[in-house]
Design a protein around this ligand. Structure first.
Ligand code: AMP
Length: 149
């Protein structure tokens, strides 16, 4: 490897439940193999938000949360197996997607976040809200995998 080139040791890939998650994970797997890095898979379950007159209240009945967590864990495990990275640590968090991705990356000292980015119209939404928020909220490198329109 050339002197001065980035060497990634801990990569975090953000996986949603869409079919496009495979493309994002596939790219992260390539980078993991290239750098022989540790790859963490994260999926965030967002609480249902009820809007009152004055504030938004996150609510998640325990049974629903448990069902969603189990479903997400099963999905991540199956996806990781399918992509031959079943040994990669899989993390499911509850909260705001961008906040949990940033928090986990910071806590684990990740040096690269791989995330999907939709090509929506207009510069402001070019990256999509999640990718945009992550890109601007971290000091580590971010790879935005371009997804379909
Ligand atoms: P979005 O622009 O919000 O449709 O999502 C863009 C990317 O953000 C996805 O391709 C994922 O990499 C990531 N992402 C979105 N939702 C989640 C989620 N619930 N958990 C983990 N990553 C997510």
């Amino acid at each position: 490897m050339e002197k001065g080139m980035a060497t990634y040791k801990k990569i975090l890939v953000a996986v949603d439940l869409s079919p496009e998650a495979r493309s994002v994970l596939a790219r992260a797997c390539e980078i993991r193999a290239h750098y022989r890095a540790v790859l963490y898979l994260i999926h965030v379950v967002e609480p249902i938000v009820l809007g009152g007159d004055y504030e938004l209240v996150p609510v998640m009945p325990v049974e629903i949360e448990e069902t969603l967590l189990q479903r997400a864990k099963g999905y991540l495990g199956a996806l990781a197996g399918e992509m031959n990275v079943a040994d990669a640590p899989q993390v499911v968090e509850v909260g705001s997607v961008k906040h949990e991705i940033l928090r986990f990356a910071e806590e684990q000292g990740c040096d690269l976040i791989v995330i999907g980015a939709h090509g929506r119209h207009g510069v402001a939404t070019l990256l999509g809200s999640t990718a945009n928020a992550v890109l601007h909220g971290t000091k580590c490198d971010v790879l935005c995998v371009r997804l379909g329109e």
